[in-house]
Design a protein around this ligand. Sequence first.
Ligand code: ME8
Length: 516
Amino acid sequence: MADQQKKFYITTPIYYPNAEPHLGHVYTTLCADTVARYHRLAGEDTFFLTGTDEHGIKMVKTAAAQNIEPQQLVDRVVKVFEDVWKEFEVSNDDFIRTSSDRHKKAVTEIVKKLVANDDIYLGSYEGWYDEGQEEFVTETEAKANEFKSSVTGKPLTRYQEPTYFFRLKKYVPRVQQYIEQNPQFIQPDARRNEVLSKLKQGVEDLSVSRATLKWGIPLPQDPGHVLYVWIDALSNYITALGYASGDDSRFKKYWPADVHLIGKEILWFHTVYWPAILFSLGLPLPKQVFAHGWWTSGGRKMGKSLGNFIDLDRLRAVAVQHSQDALRFYLLRAAPFGSDLDWTDADFAKSYNELANVVGNCLNRTIKMIGRYRDGLIPAIGETADLDAHLVSQTESLGRSLASAYEKLELQQCAILPIELARATNGYIDATAPFSLAKDPGKSKRLDTVLNRAAQAIKNTLVALLPVLPDKAAAGLEQLGVKIDGRTIDDLLRDELPAGHKIGEGQPLFPKIDPK
Ligand code: ME8
């Protein structure tokens, strides 16, 4: 009997629809998209989720400033998010909105379960509140940051009100033990240490409701309160799968998530609150929470007033001028995955030139030579030489090194490894000099081998780039006459272009851009 198909479930944060998506949102979403595309191409049953986090005071305030209801605001901005993901060819399988009925119903059931476990109780809270982060901060933390948000720098607000609490403290020892015993749970490692040391400083129970707010999910046991807000938001990862609904077949198939991909500022919520909630629900924890770094622009925090904000219009302009795939490549290429990143036009140009001069050039010269010297037909291997061995082994091992890079979410490597093969192929072509071989009829068998090896190598480069450059890599493969036809990445890498295979016309994949 065939092995059961492996499944893979990846999520992005659900974004606040109080403003249009910008570079940060596009980054996380395209990174997750690349990983999802890889796992799909590997033949796994893949589920990729994104969505929007629509409750909370931020939405209420933004709506009030625009003289509209929160629902009108989120309906408008969520549409922008959905359209943008289509425009950027994001391959998400679902889009969860926290204001949707399916989410609200399931969250109500989740809260009932937490209440039934005696994990939610009524208390009263007075404290410093960070509105940007939607969390209370301790007195010590507030003082240390001069009563300003440690993340946004905005002044903290003083709140006192009756509120329901979730018994976070009760679960802390289990959460801590889980993190210690499962090194893969929080990645990168440095982030894991941050969470562990913060846990050791002590944790309070979590305020999870507001009596002063209407915009949110009413608590089933006390509808005068709405849920606020991390239980609502974090639950999206299971409500989207149909948990606590009539049909939980997707939940049974895909949970636990393989990766929650997030920015580093929301790591604490995903690795302390979320596990505690899941423990209370008696559910398994996600296999990994990966926190990536933050983008700055031109060396400074992005800001609308600073004029360095990489907004949608800017991203669209880049995509129109250089292609969406060039943008995708730059985002992955810019820094090791997990580190902070800085957007500069000079770096973008460098990364574009790498695509053009290494991959585009390798494909183009290989296709041209096979057209000119062999009428566009892949020649059979003829005379071999020592020089071939290195390229052959690099061509064959790419699949393994790529699998390991995706396994460890080394996304920069996922972009670079295929490029390195194209670079080696260019070196091989330079060293074997097919143009001189072609002049000597006695070297015809040697030329056969060189052309064959170069074609197999650029074919594998393009196959390996499919998750990173979905359009350009497919276009390049089409030029080589390769049909993807639902084959897996392993098949596509392993199946050589056979002797006699007809390749197509060469077209520059990454045209040179005139400097303006
Ligand atoms: O935090 N660099 O939503 P959000 C890199 N709704 N990534 C960035 C970024 C930057 N400069 N700015 C934003 C929320 N991001 C909550 C999440 S999840 C259950 C609830 C990305 O709209 C990054 O992924 O503020 C970050 O975690 C996310 O956008 C925050 O989006």
